[in-house]
Design a protein. Structure first.
Length: 187
């Protein structure tokens, strides 16, 4: 009976997995299709590999989270944090957040991701600790964006907006901690 219940649970989640991985594949196909119609989009093989690794890593981490916890707030917190990290990496690789992608100041945004990643390991992916770590990442994101304000005001304002995603993740992890979900990691 237990084996059948597990299979039912996996079967119910299957369409969502297909939608998620289908969306990832669609994101990779968009530039390929765009390249057929315009010269404005020029991706190389290394661009596609980079995008596939980045999108795949986000998908795998989220899938592991979904398997580890059924708490919606925890899942959404992980999704918000992954979205913030993804957007930092993607925008810095594509055009740069402050100035161009060649501006070394943009490397400071990698520090924001490291704060989130190292902090998550230190708090052992526990929801209450993750709320604090995401708040620290939001503060770091806002601080780095503020520091770049004089160089690129538009880019700094947009990057400061990512602090909102980190704060959303913090609020969702705090909610998960109140709901009694201990961890975002494996049981």
């Amino acid at each position: 009976m237990t084996k059948e219940a597990g299979m039912d649970r996996e079967a119910r989640g299957f369409p969502w997995r297909m939608v998620g991985w289908g969306a990832a594949a669609f994101m990779l196909l968009l530039p390929l299709v765009a390249m057929q119609f315009t010269n404005e989009v020029r991706w190389t093989l290394s661009d596609f590999v980079f995008a596939a690794v980045l999108i795949g890593a986000v998908g795998v981490i989220f899938e592991l989270t979904v398997r580890a916890s059924s708490n919606w707030a925890l899942r959404a917190g992980v999704a918000a944090a992954l979205a913030a990290a993804f957007l930092i990496v993607w925008s810095n690789a594509a055009v740069g957040m402050i100035g161009s992608e060649d501006n070394s100041y943009n490397l400071l945004f990698v520090g924001v991701i490291l704060i989130a990643l190292i902090g998550a390991v230190v708090v052992r992916f526990r929801a209450q600790g993750m709320a604090l770590v995401m708040t620290a990442a939001a503060a770091a994101q806002a601080g780095v964006a503020l520091g770049g304000l004089s160089t690129d005001p538009r880019g700094a304002v947009l990057s400061a907006g990512l602090a909102g995603l980190w704060l959303l993740a913090a609020a969702l992890f705090a909610r998960s901690a109140r709901d009694g979900t201990a961890s975002a990691g494996p049981r």
